[in-house]
Ligand binder design. Sequence first.
Ligand code: PLP
Ligand code: COI
Length: 358
Amino acid sequence: MISPKITISRVEKSRLPQIDFNNLPFGKEFSDHMFVADYEDGAWKDFRIEPLAPLSIHPGNLAWHYGQSIFEGMKASKSKDGVAMLFRPEQHIIRLNASATRMCMPEFPADMFIEAINTLVDMEKDWIPPSEGSALYIRPLMIAMDEALGVRPSAKYKLIIMTLPVGPYYPKPVSLWAEETYIRAAQGGVGEAKTAGNYAASLYPAKLAIEKGYDQIMWLDAKEFKYIQEVGTMNIFFVIGDKIVTPKTTGTILKGITKDTAIQILKHNGYEVEQRLISIDEIVEAHGKGELKEVFGSGTAAVVAKVSKIGYRDQVMELGDNTEIGDLIKSTINGLRLGTATDHWNWTVPAKGPAVSV
Ligand code: PLP
Ligand code: COI
C-alpha cells in the first residue's frame, strides 16, 4: 500500500533483539514505532509513524483533568505462511468513533485509521510473536490536548497507535466476584464507550474483590444489582443446560467485538445463542441444579478465558473443568489468526505495506 499521507521516520536500532517472546507479560513491552496524528483547527493532520517515545504534555492537559481519553484494543497475528494478519480492523474504528462521539471528541477518518494500522503493523511485523495465543496487541488511543482548566471539550487532540507483543492476558482460569456495592456503568452513562474513566472507576472495587480472593469483578446492573453485565476486561457467556446465554447490550456494556465473533462462530457451528437479560438469581439457581455447565469471558486481550468460580454474597459457585464451548471459540479464533481455520466471514485481512518512507 503506498501512502503519500503518512510520513515515516525509523528507529536507528531496533529493540527487538532484547525481547524474549517466551516471556511476554501483557502490556509491558512496546514495539519500536508508533503512529501519531494531531487534530487542530477542526481537522486531523500530520499523519506520521515515528520512534515510540514519551510525549511532552502540559500539566493543564484537559485529558488528565476531565478524562477525554478513549482507546481501542485489537490484535495482529502471523499466519502459518508468515503473513501479518489483522482481525476485523474495521469494527475497531467504528467503535473508536462511537466512543469519540459519546466523549465529545472528533471522529478519526476510518480510511486513514485502516491505512495507519496496515502501515504500522507491516513495519512491526517482526514483533508479532509466533506462538499460538500470543499476538501483536494494537492500542489506538485518542486524548484531548488543550491546555486549559475550564470544563469544556478540547479543541486539540492526538491519536496515537502503539503496538505491543503480548502473551495471553489470563494465563489461567479467572474467578469472579458478583459486585453489589459498586457499579461499572448506569443507563445513560458512558458504559458503552471505551473510555479511560470506566477503567479508573473499576480499580478500587477490583482491589476489594482481589482482597476477597477473586481475580476480577462481574458487574451487576446499576439499578437493581440484579442483572449480569460484564467483567472488567471481558464480556461474559454462560452455558446453562443446552443453552448458551450472554447479556444483551443495553447501553451499559461494552459492545465486544470478540463477543460478536464468538456468537457468529457458535451460530456457524449450529448453536443458538440467547442475548437477553440474565439475573444473578438465575445463575445461582442453575448452579444449584447442576445446570451451569460452563462460564467464560470474551475479549481481544483475553480471547476466551474460562471462569473457574463465581462468588456472590455468601455463596461460592465452583464451575468445574468443562471448557467445551469456550475451547471451540478459542480454537476457531486462534485458527483464523494462524490461517489454519477456514475464514467464512473474511475477518482476517493481510496487513499491507510498505508505505512511502521519507
Ligand atoms: N468489556 C470490557 C470492559 C473490555 O475492556 C473489553 C475489552 O476490550 C471487552 C468487554 C471485550 O471487548 P472486545 O471483545 O471488543 O475486546
Ligand atoms: C482489550 O481486550 O483490548 C482491552 O482493552 C482489555 C484491557 C486490556 C483493558
